[in-house]
Design a protein around this ligand. Structure first.
Ligand code: GLN
Length: 544
């Protein structure tokens, strides 16, 4: 099971949802790394879906994909970007997964005739998830999704209460993230909702050790004292989580409030031995606050009403800009607008165009119109996954003149330039799919190797011959059209090692026109910006 020294920090949320528990957890992990500790982050989502893979982006935002092919909550993206630690299938679960595992065990007779109950069977499964598949981490930070008081969340609270009982309070810390609303008519921050939320946690047998209080203004000492007294918490463990202008400031802001000292004190760890080094965050914040200019990039997609749907993409563009000491000025454009109006109207001022991943027909013609505009006006263009598939269709229709070129995803009768993937190689084994299979968890998911064509643009950008990138798709560009595409200015410059799956295309008659079947945005980090985004921004901003 777990290493004797590993300590567990559980992060719950109270008062309202969307307070940014994922970001708070990721920031705390990064601060602890700054003191030399080894960390691991995990997310437990109480909803009943097996994973967010089949949920609409409007419900749940982006689906993050790990190297090992888990479709996970977007908070795992924050975890990876802030800590640099690659998440695995052992770092994300849901009630759906927990129940599925319990029911499978019941069917196999593993419970030896017992009546299966939420306590202990479901709670034991949750405890197992939290305590297993660890190595020598100093801290494991587990975020419990949802808000305290949700019916779905109760087994999780019971499970973490039991872990504190089993391991001892010296190895467990409970952090509760809440909101102190400011009431203008009273002119004050209100502590009552937090008090109620803590009472609710106490009902479940959990005494929080720290309150992380989201607030739009500094919290007076008297208010901290009041919260400490009523919530049974040391005053120095009432931490202000002040609203900040950019997310990269969060680690610096929390550290300034003494969050790492409070965590060390809780666990009886000498804090001064472990010097704090957050200089890398300071550098990023300095650039974000004092950019040397800006670069205007358009993202032409379908879910532009909810930016959470493009979380990693948004971050990756920012990382590319930061690496050039620029501010990314992003125009989020609903692709349907480019069907009703001239693309010129929306795209005439942009320096780069990105068509991101997507599913389904709505808005596709608008994406194709954006791609035509980028191609004809020599504007740097990056097509990601669905965006790459659309770029290939655009070349087939508008350059090769094959008008019915399309994807079988929503057009079964066409020249199938993009079609359903029926088989592919996964780590030496064949995966098979057919029309009508289940939708959940059946795409080509996770990291796959890709071989780059020598002297192609991408091989220069990556400075490598073989790369590994994360995928999430069911359809693929049909390799049989390689020659037609080549004759029409588009080369396949990246392929799966068996040469069967086109992974990257680029136009040879354009300064920067690249389509990738994978999602480069998932691997970009503020400290390790993805080369495609760095090069796109450099070219867009005309930096030599
Ligand atoms: N809908 C396309 C497919 O399944 C593209 C998916 C995506 O953009 N992630 O292949």
């Amino acid at each position: 099971m777990t290493n004797k020294q590993t300590k567990f920090i559980f992060i719950t949320g109270g008062v309202v949802s969307s307070l940014g528990k994922g970001l708070a957890s990721a920031a705390l992990a990064s601060i602890l790394q700054g003191r030399g500790f080894k960390v691991r982050l995990r997310k437990l989502d109480p909803y009943l879906n097996i994973d967010p893979g089949t949920m609409s982006p409007y419900q749940h935002g982006e689906v993050f994909v790990t190297d090992d092919g888990t479709e996970a909550d977007l908070d795992l993206g924050h975890y990876e970007r802030f800590s640099g630690v690659a998440a695995t299938k052992y770092d994300s679960t849901t009630s759906g997964k927990i129940y599925q595992s319990v029911i499978n065990k019941e069917r196999r007779g593993e419970y030896l005739g017992a009546t299966i109950q939420v306590v202990p069977h479901v709670t034991n499964e949750i405890k197992n998830f939290i305590l297993s598949n660890l190595s020598d981490e100093d801290f494991v930070l587990c975020e419990i999704g949802g808000t305290v008081g949700d019916i779905e969340g109760q087994p999780y609270l019971e499970a973490i209460r039991q872990i504190a009982y089993d391991l001892g309070r010296e190895r467990v810390m409970f952090i509760h993230l809440t909101l102190l609303p400011y009431i203008p008519t009273a002119g004050e921050l209100k502590t009552k909702p937090t008090q109620h939320s803590v009472k609710k946690l106490q009902e479940y047998g959990i005494q929080p050790d720290m309150l992380l209080c989201r607030s739009q203004m500094p919290i007076e000492d008297s208010e901290k004292k009041k919260l400490a007294l009523f919530c049974n918490i040391k005053k120095e463990n009432v931490i202000t989580a002040l609203d900040v202008s950019n997310i990269y400031e969060v680690p610096l802001a929390y550290a300034k409030e003494g969050i790492d000292r409070a965590v060390c004190n809780h666990f009886g760890i000498e804090c001064n031995e472990h010097h704090s080094d957050l200089s890398k965050w300071q550098k990023i914040v300095d650039i974000v606050k004092n950019p040397q200019g800006s670069v205007r990039v358009a993202v032409v997609g379908k879910y532009t009403q909810l930016l959470e749907a493009y979380k990693s993409l948004h971050e990756a563009i920012k990382h590319g800009a930061i690496s050039c000491r620029l501010k990314a000025d992003i125009a989020w454009i609903d692709s349907e607008l480019l069907e009703k109006d001239e693309p010129e109207r929306y795209l005439k001022d942009v320096q780069g165009i990105i068509v991101p991943g997507g599913f389904g027909k709505r808005g596709t013609q608008g994406k194709i119109n954006a791609i035509t505009y980028a191609r004809e006006h020599n504007i740097p263009f990056l097509g990601i996954c669905f965006g790459m598939q659309m770029a290939v269709i655009e070349t087939m229709r508008n350059v090769a003149g094959i008008q019915d070129a399309d994807t079988t995803e929503f057009n079964p009768v066409c020249t199938p330039v993009v079609g359903l993937m029926r088989e592919w190689d996964k780590g030496g084994q064949k995966e098979f799919r057919k029309q009508g299979d289940d939708l959940g968890g059946t795409m080509r998911l996770g990291a796959y190797p890709c071989v780059l064509k020598e002297s192609s643009k991408v091989s220069k950008i990556y400075g490598a011959h073989e790369i590994s990138e994360r995928h999430r798709h069911r359809y693929e560009v049909n390799i049989n059209y390689e020659d037609v595409l080549k004759k029409n200015g588009m080369v396949i410059s990246g392929k799966s090692p068996d040469g069967q799956l086109p992974e990257i295309v680029e136009r040879t008659d354009h300064p920067w026109f690249i389509g990738v079947q994978f999602h480069p945005e998932l691997k970009s980090k503020p400290f390790a910006p993805h080369p495609l985004f760095v090069d796109l921004i450099k070219t867009a901003a005309k930096i030599k």
